[in-house]
Design a protein around this ligand. Structure first.
Ligand code: HEM
Length: 344
């Protein structure tokens, strides 16, 4: 039999999957259909986000991912696709907001104790990206409303290497600084013991750029870029230096894709955060300060989760340690050649 649009898309299943509780109770509530369809649309997009992140994780797990390879292009391309999907998810809240609080009250009580809090796909996505159990708001109960097999799925995602951890490994592998011959003409104003001359010079320039009120940033700099990592951090000092180097010298051809990768991750965090804030404001508008159907404190819970659940914050934080372009240490020509600017 010829393939048909209807069968290919399994429309029988999708279009027959809306069963409003209000119809079952014979208490008609027009807007419940919208409420169901919009949640289903979200879950379908979550499905696609999982598909993309799984493929990115598979590529990033390869031991020798080359920084200029087509595979890295694929990673950046798919991360950017995730960003575009997340933007649509933020905008979809506009549709939800065409439902008024009174329309919602027509069926809200029939939903208890079901809640978006039970979206295991959402929690699994956070875990795959890199949200650790210990950094979750309400860790005692974030899986309490899920079914045992859904808890299993999330625990497994937490045990596997997250995108954030793989990013750390990839950054740690960045070449250039071990290439001693290429740095032999580089001098620094102030050599810090045990630190590469480039980073000693950078540290010197950074400290000189600080205003009096910012002098504490010196110890923050040393904590992030020099001292061995703390258990609080996923991104090690070696990886943090690599990420900063990428941000500083992103104009060099070899660093353009790595920069786009870092940028896409920050964009994912920003879009996720926009979604959390828009969802939270919608919740406030819809139910005020009442508790959620899932039993949480409602808006307060969502606000705390939104503030705490930034996944790539260790990368965003590196922007505090940039210096003006004109003060950047000039790279030796052998390194410039490696970075793809100087030919011959
Ligand atoms: C009238 C519309 C909505 C209201 C009033 C609402 C309300 C809430 C509330 C109060 C919570 C906190 C948990 C609880 O106690 O229930 C929550 C969590 C959540 N909701 Fe919604 N929601 C709405 C629409 C949506 C939509 C369209 C989605 C899309 C999937 C969604 C996804 C989620 C998710 C993923 C969480 C968990 C967030 C986290 O743990 O960080 N919600 N919602």
């Amino acid at each position: 039999m010829e393939l048909h649009y209807h069968d290919y898309l399994q429309l029988d299943k999708i279009l027959n999957a809306q069963f409003p509780e209000s119809q079952k109770h014979k208490l008609p509530a027009h807007d419940e259909m919208l409420f169901i369809v919009i949640h289903q649309a979200y879950e379908l997009w979550f499905r696609q986000l999982h598909y993309e992140v799984d493929s990115v994780v598979a590529i990033m797990s390869k031991p020798a991912l080359n920084d200029n390879s087509p595979e890295l292009q694929t990673v950046v391309h798919r991360l950017n696709r995730m960003v575009t999907i997340l933007r649509v998810l933020v905008h979809q809240i506009d549709i939800m907001e065409t439902m008024t609080p009174m329309d919602f009250l027509d069926f809200r009580d029939m939903l208890r104790p079901a809640s978006g809090f039970q979206s295991w796909q959402f929690k699994e996505l956070e875990a795959k990206l890199g949200l650790k159990f210990e950094h979750r708001h309400g860790k005692e109960y974030y899986t309490s409303e899920l079914r045992p097999q859904q808890v299993e799925i999330i625990k497994k995602a937490e045990e596997n290497k997250s995108l954030l951890q793989l990013l750390n490994t990839w950054l740690e592998r960045m070449p250039f600084f071990e290439e001693n011959d290429n740095w032999k003409n580089f001098t620094t104003h102030n050599q810090t013991k045990g630190l590469h001359p480039f980073w000693s010079e950078y540290r010197y320039q950074y400290i000189n750029s600080l205003a009096d009120a910012e002098k504490n940033n010196q110890s923050a700099f040393d904590g992030i870029f020099i001292q061995p990592g703390s258990p609080e951090r996923t991104i090690s000092s070696v990886a943090s230096r690599a990420a900063l180097f990428i941000m500083l010298y992103r104009g060099y051809p070899m660093l353009q894709l790595p920069f786009q990768l870092l940028n896409a991750l920050l964009e994912i965090d920003e879009q996720l955060s926009s979604w959390r804030y828009r969802h939270m404001n919608m919740v406030h508008r819809m139910i005020g300060t009442r508790i959620g159907t899932g039993g949480s404190t409602g808006k307060d819970y969502l606000k705390a989760a939104a503030d705490k659940h930034y996944i790539f914050k260790e990368i965003a934080q590196l922007n505090s340690f940039l210096i003006e372009r004109r003060k950047l240490p000039a790279l030796p020509s052998a390194i410039e050649k490696r970075l793809g600017f100087v030919t011959g």
